[in-house]
Write a protein that binds this ligand. Sequence first.
Ligand SMILES: NC(=O)c1ccc[n+]([C@@H]2O[C@H](COP(=O)([O-])OP(=O)(O)OC[C@H]3O[C@@H](n4cnc5c(N)ncnc54)[C@H](O)[C@@H]3O)[C@@H](O)[C@H]2O)c1
Ligand SMILES: O=C(O)[C@H](O)COP(=O)(O)O
Length: 309
Amino acid sequence: MKNHILIVDDLHPAFMEQAEALGFTCNYQPGMKLEEACAIIHHYDGLAIRSKFQVDKAFIDRANLRFICRAGAGMDNIDEDYALAKGIKLINAPEGNMDAVGEHAMGLLLSLMNNINRGDAEIRNGKWLREENRGHELKGKTVGIIGYGHMGSSFAKRLSGFGVLVIAYDKYKTGFSNQYAREVSMEEIVRTSDVLSLHIPLTKETSGLVDDEYLFHFKKPIFLLNTARGKVVKTQAVLNAIKQGKIIAAGLDVLEVEKFPSLAEQEWFEELRQSGKVILSPHVAGWTFESYRKISEVMARKLGELGLS
Ligand SMILES: NC(=O)c1ccc[n+]([C@@H]2O[C@H](COP(=O)([O-])OP(=O)(O)OC[C@H]3O[C@@H](n4cnc5c(N)ncnc54)[C@H](O)[C@@H]3O)[C@@H](O)[C@H]2O)c1
Ligand SMILES: O=C(O)[C@H](O)COP(=O)(O)O
């Protein structure tokens, strides 16, 4: 049906309000299972999803969609090439959670460099270890950013004021040097970074990109941050590099496999769990009270700009 949107994930009501004001009818079904959505999707010309709902070729072929709204940034759960080839318009809303990701990456980095989580856990267990928790200062360090899009540039902005040199490599973008970051080659990132922060999408090319070989080439021991996608990084390679002293500590908001029980079944999970040199967060870098609303507002604005209704 023209101008009918099926919403299968939790979205802030601002999206429904604004979409309805544009002339769309919304069916809000947060948590709807893929099979249930498959059964009714042919009645809708729009779909709104978050990151866990998989839109593959089979799903697209069952539907008559004109547009898909991805409430968030990453598009790896959508077969983008196939959707675009079928003329489906794709909208995402990285502007809605880029502030959240920039701040979360900053939080992970400062916690890692100052052993904040570790010291906290130790005190709760009756240990007062000052020397073991001596920190590193961010000032004077070189921070290497991979992928200078919404998230990478948001993190770079947050770093200004810390007295660091921010360098960035982007395989598909040039001419982006600004007051927050200097565009460099991957070779320079590898040679000079003290901190490496990943802000690239999960694609065929980036899947498993950060492996033993990738980490081996870094000249200095690094602090590693991954707020991008878990599957970009081989978790075992991070643990190996920590043992070899190539990674000082890692802050991981995303993991190769997320959620229990499957996470606990991974062969690397116990080593990860025991490591005092890793801080984990449950894929919440982009998920704040503020981003929840902003994402919906950005998505509704972009939907309006498509002029489909
Ligand atoms: N943890 C979270 O909650 C959270 C929140 C938002 C986004 N993300 C992740 O962050 C990713 C980036 O988001 P974004 O909005 O900044 O995307 P974006 O498209 O704005 O920027 C990504 C940049 O990476 C570059 N790039 C792509 N492949 C590359 C490669 N192989 N090497 C170097 N650069 C490469 C692109 O040219 C682009 O400039 C998303 O795809 C998503 O997976 C995670
Ligand atoms: O890509 C994103 O925007 C984040 O990973 C968050 O996605 P989600 O909130 O839809 O899981």
